[in-house]
Design a protein around this ligand. Structure first.
Ligand code: HEM
Ligand SMILES: *[C@@H]1O[C@H](CO)[C@@H](O)[C@H](O)[C@H]1NC(C)=O
Length: 321
């Protein structure tokens, strides 16, 4: 009997180890004694960057998403190209699009000044994303920390891992599910498109060719600044949330119900499919998407981090030590 129980306990212990190994050491107090000023230092720099340019909050949040979806949240997106590898900055979803790298450099320098060699770039990015959401009027949460930085980056993993705006609902669901994120997480995280801007090239075919779009929105609001001919005005910007592109509010979900989602992928979340009911629920219950967004951001931040002695703590976020 005793040996039965002890082997049961050992099996349970092993199970816990196996299930928990992905993020065993991420914790909200990881730098509590090694860098007590960390959170204040990051927030100060993010605040000043956003006060110079409101859009920067959106850009920092997106960088974190594009980091986590490519081999986990390991700061790989921050690495410049080298002779040994092609980095992620020139992958299709990032080229001429991902921005905020200079702000990450500024935050990292400020952090290095108070705690040299202690805090990873992956964690700096996670904190900057959380601060951006909070500063722009969204919810806040205790961000889990203890990630380490990758020593390499992958252009092809970025091209294959980050969903394109041409995705249909099933493709979005499967990209997210491959990383352990549910359909509800997909819808909740898409709320990020309540802030920020998109280039004409990412929504041209939607505003000229799609039928599940409000006619006046397509014709009068978006087409005048996004010419039909590919190549002209490709980089002209439009807000992802047409009403309030600098604040976290529920206009994003209302837009979808009104067929005014800007990206093809946005409107897929409300197009007669399985996510319609989630979107509709969010239009009436802001409190629920606040908490679902936080849950999903924490889950996204848990995607296969390097921990313990894996990877390194980069000195400069753009290059390996
Ligand atoms: C569901 C799949 C998603 C697709 C297909 C997608 C696609 C896009 C595209 C095409 C843009 C415009 C880029 C440009 O024109 O340069 C964009 C912008 C943005 N995305 Fe997403 N996105 C997705 C999910 C997310 C998630 C999960 C987040 C964060 C949690 C996010 C945050 C943002 C932000 C904040 C911007 C604006 C960035 C800025 O103004 O600099 N997106 N997204
Ligand atoms: C609209 O669809 C047609 C037919 O597929 C295509 O040839 C055309 O380039 C599309 N127009 C835009 C603006 O995407």
């Amino acid at each position: 009997m005793a040996s039965f129980f002890s082997s049961l306990m050992i099996s349970l212990g092993l199970l816990v180890l196996v299930l928990g190994s992905g993020n065993a050491t991420l914790s909200t107090n990881f730098y509590y004694s090694s860098c007590p000023k960390l959170l204040d230092t990051v927030k100060c720099t993010v605040e000043s960057a956003i006060s110079k340019e409101t859009r920067m909050g959106a850009s920092l949040l997106r960088l974190f998403f594009h980091d986590c979806f490519v081999n986990g949240c390991d700061g790989s997106i921050l690495l410049d190209d080298t002779s040994k590898f092609a980095g992620e900055k020139n992958a299709k979803p990032n080229r001429n699009s991902a921005r905020g790298f200079e702000v990450i450099d500024q935050i990292k320098s400020a952090v290095e000044a108070v705690c040299p060699g202690v805090v990873s770039c992956a964690d700096v990015l996670a904190i900057a994303a959380k601060d951006s959401v909070e500063i722009l009027g969204g919810p806040t949460w205790n961000v889990k920390l203890g990630r380490r930085d990758a020593r390499t980056a992958s252009l092809s993993a970025a091209n294959n891992g980050i969903p394109p705006p041409t995705s249909n609902l099933n493709q979005l669901i499967s990209r997210f599910s491959a990383l352990g994120l549910s359909t509800k997480d997909l819808v909740a995280l898409s709320w990020a498109h309540t802030i920020g801007q998109a280039r004409c090239t990412t929504f041209r075919s939607r505003i000229y060719n799609e039928t599940n779009i409000d006619t006046s929105f397509a014709l009068n609001t978006r087409q005048p600044k996004c010419p039909k001919a590919s190549g002209s005005g490709d980089n002209n910007l439009a807000p992802l949330d047409l009403k309030t592109p600098t604040s976290f509010d529920n206009h994003y979900f209302n837009n979808l119900v009104d067929k005014k989602g800007l990206l093809h992928s946005d409107q897929q979340l409300f197009n007669g499919g399985s996510t319609d009911s989630i979107v509709r629920g969010y239009t009436t219950e802001p409190a629920s998407f606040y908490s679902d967004f936080v849950t999903a951001m924490i889950k996204m931040g848990d995607i296969s981090p390097l921990t313990g002695s894996q990877g390194e703590v980069r000195k400069n976020c753009r290059s390996v030590n």
